[in-house]
Design a protein around this ligand. Sequence first.
Ligand SMILES: *[C@@H]1O[C@H](CO)[C@@H](O)[C@H](O)[C@H]1NC(C)=O
Ligand SMILES: *[C@@H]1O[C@H](CO)[C@@H](O)[C@H](O)[C@H]1NC(C)=O
Ligand SMILES: *[C@@H]1O[C@H](CO)[C@@H](O)[C@H](O)[C@H]1NC(C)=O
Ligand SMILES: *[C@@H]1O[C@H](CO)[C@@H](O)[C@H](O)[C@H]1NC(C)=O
Length: 391
Amino acid sequence: MFLALKLFCVVATAFTTASASNILNVKPFRIDLESEIPRLKSLIKNTRLPAKDLYPAAGLDKGLPLDSLRQLQTDWLENFDWGTQQAALNEFSHYTVVIEGQTVHFVHEKSKDPGAIPVILLHGWPGSFHEFSPIIKPLTESWTSNAGKNVSYNVVVPSLPGFVFSSPPPANWTMDDTARIFNTLMTDVLGYSTYAIHGTDWGSVPAYTLYSSFNLTVRAAQLVFIPFLAPSPEEIAANNITLSDIQKVAEQRSIDWGTTDQGYFTEQTTKPNDIGLALYDNPVGQLAWIAGLMKRASDPRAGTPPSVLDNTAILTSVSLYYLTDSFPILYAPLLFSQYEYNPAFWPEEYIAKIGNLVSYKVHDFGGHFAGLDNPPALIEDIREMGLYFKA
Ligand SMILES: *[C@@H]1O[C@H](CO)[C@@H](O)[C@H](O)[C@H]1NC(C)=O
Ligand SMILES: *[C@@H]1O[C@H](CO)[C@@H](O)[C@H](O)[C@H]1NC(C)=O
Ligand SMILES: *[C@@H]1O[C@H](CO)[C@@H](O)[C@H](O)[C@H]1NC(C)=O
Ligand SMILES: *[C@@H]1O[C@H](CO)[C@@H](O)[C@H](O)[C@H]1NC(C)=O
């Protein structure tokens, strides 16, 4: 499981405490970080990298290889244009609202279809609303299933508290608090009495809380990650569950991740100040910390179609982080998709125990960042949820 690195956050701002309604000031928002770029570029340019890789033959096993970092550093300086990325992100309608004292940033893209289903998409770490860029507009468009049902969405993508343009929460904040304010966002702020949900990585924590505890308003869920420990191979075998070849790849990824890729997690969970302060004003350092992880957790074919997870996508993610300082009985249908290279694996039999599972799919392309790793498949997954949605 990935974890929020809280220190990559904006400096806390004092907000007036909530009004009677607890919701203040829905405001249109535009991203405007251009003035920060000259300083960012000079920091990138003046960062000296070692001459020699200590583990030249290790691939990604020892972390991001020096050559990859050098290439990304060069791309960031010479080929990456923040203005272009910012303009693309600003094509979405952004807003901020203050709920229970927290500033919540969100994208809200409405469908032209009056029957569109409201859906909230919850991102993880290291990610942001940007993870969903390739799928937001397609989901607003009408799609017709083989049986002739039309599905389209009014898409809401909030930034989790502490991420990019959402304010950092107080130290006692929990994911239940996040779930509650996101339910307020969908219902009281945006006026949707019922809605559907998609969640990945860290965002699957509030997504599952919303699914399990707010079932009067959350009427369908589609997840690609769940906030429960992945079962061990021994446990899967003991339960006589047989796996397809793609599921075996995913199971092996899950085992490998659990044994050799928990370093960042332990560090961020136990000593966030050490890594947070070390990397705070060090963009190339943030790049090294995040890019290796993005490469390891995504499909090895990243950057080739249908994946759009190339160096530009990595640099946009890292730029956003740097520049913004930043088992009850359930009735709503649950859909789950296992992407082959997602480094956490749950067989259908496990997902079926945590909700009203109506669809379990295995995709033979894609990793941890489904919105970037395989956008067409995630669009298909989320559209399929629309077939089960009952307001
Ligand atoms: C679906 O949309 C198409 C095109 O807009 C329309 O012709 C059709 O009647 C719709 N079907 C249903 C079941 O609403
Ligand atoms: C959490 O901390 C905030 C201030 O940092 C405080 O106002 C609030 O009462 C605390 N909440 C709980 C449940 O302790
Ligand atoms: C698995 O299969 C074995 C052999 O058929 C059987 O003895 C065992 O009870 C099964 N375990 C479960 C959990 O169904
Ligand atoms: C919500 O879940 C509870 C059990 O946790 C169930 O009794 C209730 O019927 C569910 N509501 C809906 C609308 O599905």
